[in-house]
Design a protein around this ligand. Structure first.
Ligand SMILES: *[C@@H]1O[C@H](CO)[C@@H](O)[C@H](O)[C@H]1NC(C)=O
Ligand SMILES: *[C@@H]1O[C@H](CO)[C@@H](O)[C@H](O)[C@H]1NC(C)=O
Ligand SMILES: *[C@@H]1O[C@H](CO)[C@@H](O)[C@H](O)[C@H]1NC(C)=O
Length: 362
């Protein structure tokens, strides 16, 4: 071991360059650039070209990474490093945020910290401002979404829609399944949450059994407490109304299949302006069409109600008191309205519990 270290000292990777004296203490070939043969060099070069062609364009198309990253150790922090840092039991909790959502991120994190799961959280940052802000306040818990944006599904998606406006929107929509797929491929289970959510209890005990994909219903129709855990039947639009806001996936073939089909469905949707910001229909088509290939599990409504139920039916909320686990502030549009509603319901924890946030006062 010590001799290995010693040799590494003598033979640094650049020892072949004329300015550094060649060591003669060993007959072993030093680690040097000569190890990289012409084929490998060519492959490397083509990777550089592909990345060079796609990255700036993808970056501009999809994210607000408009300026060059400031020099920081976090710019090179990889998804793999981040996952191994935050994972507990090979599981992580992820969200995807850009700068305007940081107050919601903070609120969501406070609620998770109250249930002692915050150490498992990885923030996928869509701009350098949030990447650096989160890692400055809470080192290691944010990773940039840009470096893992080059996987093949996204490139083929981009190439299949040559119109820039459509490509731009589609790439935005494909972020969620693409990021989640990458995490599964690295061997981790992942819980995805939108950040306009608040935990009232720990959701992990609700992930019963060994299913591939767990999700919640976005319908506000009231179900019996003992409702089935199967994928609900299709509604008026020919598909179910499962929320793409809270998903738990295990690193199984079934779960990976659903994510790949979700990306494919995004490409197959007839293009329209309203689809622009909504990846949920494609998720539902993917679930419905592949329900036999994957083991799906609908989480209990009383624990994971849609905002359309929780914030709109006081009778139901009283009847199911003590059963609620995650509250989603949906069925309402606009930051200010969401914050006001959270405040009205005592769920804007930023006001009184800021010191419990892993981020402190943002
Ligand atoms: C880790 O996983 C095992 C088996 O799935 C489970 O029993 C245990 O509670 C988990 N531990 C934590 C801290 O989640
Ligand atoms: C739920 O409970 C009701 C009444 O107790 C029963 O009739 C029904 O079959 C149950 N449904 C399921 C899906 O178990
Ligand atoms: C509200 O909840 C109650 C109790 O579950 C239910 O009987 C009622 O139909 C619900 N109201 C609406 C508008 O869904």
């Amino acid at each position: 071991m010590s001799s290995f270290l010693h040799q590494r000292n003598l033979h640094n990777p650049f020892s072949k360059f004329p300015s550094s004296p060649r060591s003669s203490s060993s007959s072993k070939k030093p680690l040097s650039l000569s190890l990289v043969g012409p084929t490998a060099l060519l492959a490397l070069l083509s990777v550089v070209v592909v990345v060079g062609v796609f990255c700036p364009w993808l970056g501009n198309a999809v994210f607000s990474f408009s300026s060059a990253p400031p020099a920081s150790k976090w710019s090179g922090y990889t998804l793999q490093q981040a996952l191994s840092f935050v994972a507990t039991n090979s599981s992580v909790i992820v969200c995807i945020v850009s700068q305007p959502y940081l107050p919601f991120l903070n609120n969501w994190l406070i609620s998770i910290a109250m249930h002692r799961r915050h150490h498992m959280v990885l923030v996928i940052a869509e701009d350098y401002a949030s990447l650096h802000r989160v890692n400055q306040l809470w080192p290691g818990h944010a990773v940039s979404s840009l470096p893992f944006l080059t996987p093949m599904p996204l490139i083929s998606l981009a190439l299949s829609f040559p119109k820039p406006a459509i490509t731009k929107s589609l790439l935005k929509l494909a972020r969620r399944p693409s990021h989640l797929l990458k995490i599964l491929e690295l061997g981790y289970s992942v819980m995805y949450n939108d950040v306009d959510m608040v935990w009232l209890a720990d959701p992990f005990p609700y992930l019963e059994g060994n299913h591939d994909v767990y999700f919640t219903d976005d319908m506000n129709a009231i179900k019996p407490l003992n409702h089935s855990h199967d994928l609900p039947p299709p509604g008026k639009k020919g598909r179910p109304y499962i929320c793409s806001c809270m998903i738990f996936l295990r690193p199984t073939n079934g779960a990976k299949l659903i994510l790949k089909k979700w990306i494919e469905e995004l490409q197959m949707q007839p293009w329209s302006k309203t689809m622009k910001s909504n990846d949920q229909p494609a998720f539902n088509w993917a679930l419905m069409k592949n329900a036999k290939e994957a083991d799906l599990y609908l989480l209990p409504q009383a624990a994971f109600p849609t905002g359309g139920l929780y914030f709109k039916n006081k009778t139901w909320v009283a009847e199911t008191k003590g059963m609620h686990v995650i509250i989603h502030n949906n069925y309402i549009v606009g930051f200010e309205k969401k914050i006001k509603r959270f405040r009205d319901y005592g769920l804007w924890l930023v006001d009184d519990h800021a010191q419990e946030s892993p981020l402190g006062r943002l």
